[in-house]
Design a protein around this ligand. Sequence first.
Ligand SMILES: Nc1ncnc2c1ncn2[C@@H]1O[C@H](COP(=O)(O)OP(=O)(O)OP(=O)(O)O)[C@@H](O)[C@H]1O
Length: 267
Amino acid sequence: MLQGKNIHFCISDKPIIGDIDIKLEPGKFTAIIGPNGAGKSTLFKILSGDVGCSRGEVLYNGKSIKTYSSQQLARIRAVMPQHSSVSFPFSAWEVLELGTLNAPSEIGQEEITEVMQKLQIWHLRDRSYNLLSGGEKQRVQLGRVLIQIWKKQAFPRFLLLDEPISSMDVSLQHLVLDLLNDLKKRNIGVLSVLHDLSLVGNYADQVIMMKDGDVAFQGEVSMVFTSPNLEYLFDYPIKVKKYDDGLGLLVHSLPLHHINHRLIQAQ
Ligand SMILES: Nc1ncnc2c1ncn2[C@@H]1O[C@H](COP(=O)(O)OP(=O)(O)OP(=O)(O)O)[C@@H](O)[C@H]1O
């Protein structure tokens, strides 16, 4: 279990997030959503241990994050921040090799090959990372993080991702989210900041909906991912519908000029 208890974060006495309580279970995919500036990345950084909270605590598997050494922490959680840079002229393969530094010693070439194939970046293995496209770089960075937790373990682990698919095309977004869903079978809890609401509705099990530095709603997607909650969150008309076959959700937001047109007609 990954727990955040009574989390507060201030910068120069200005509260950025306040009084947040969350519980993330292994084997579940939890999405963090909300408008720009809502505090998603700040909460993400606190949960990953990248920054400390002003008040409250973060616990991994019942123990405070502060009691883990960085090596122990690397065994139970892997983190992909929103932006990562590589200062040396590494190839894509070498970037994934960096991930093995935080992984158990038995992780090697076979696993790097497997992860590269799953992410469809095998053909990029000898290319210079810095010359890759945005979506290619994002898959390579994801590969580096996946390597860290690729080997199955008996204890619960967590994968934390801040907008991991923002530069990917639609088919790759589905490929990656499907892969993340598969990781749940390895007793891994996935936590991801995402902006695409349709993808959240169709892949996440649970959702944390943030607004103004607070959690406005959280729970099972089937319970809280509703039109009224989303409209409140984003202050914009949003409709959540089930596909005709009942197998997925369609999240629909009208262009602003259509909304204005309707408002004028209604007057
Ligand atoms: N170091 C900082 N100094 C001052 N203000 C900050 C700092 N970091 C974040 N903030 C502010 O805290 C608020 C929350 O920022 P955060 O990056 O967590 O939002 P977000 O929900 O991830 O936004 P986005 O969707 O745009 O990525 C914003 O108003 C931001 O300007």
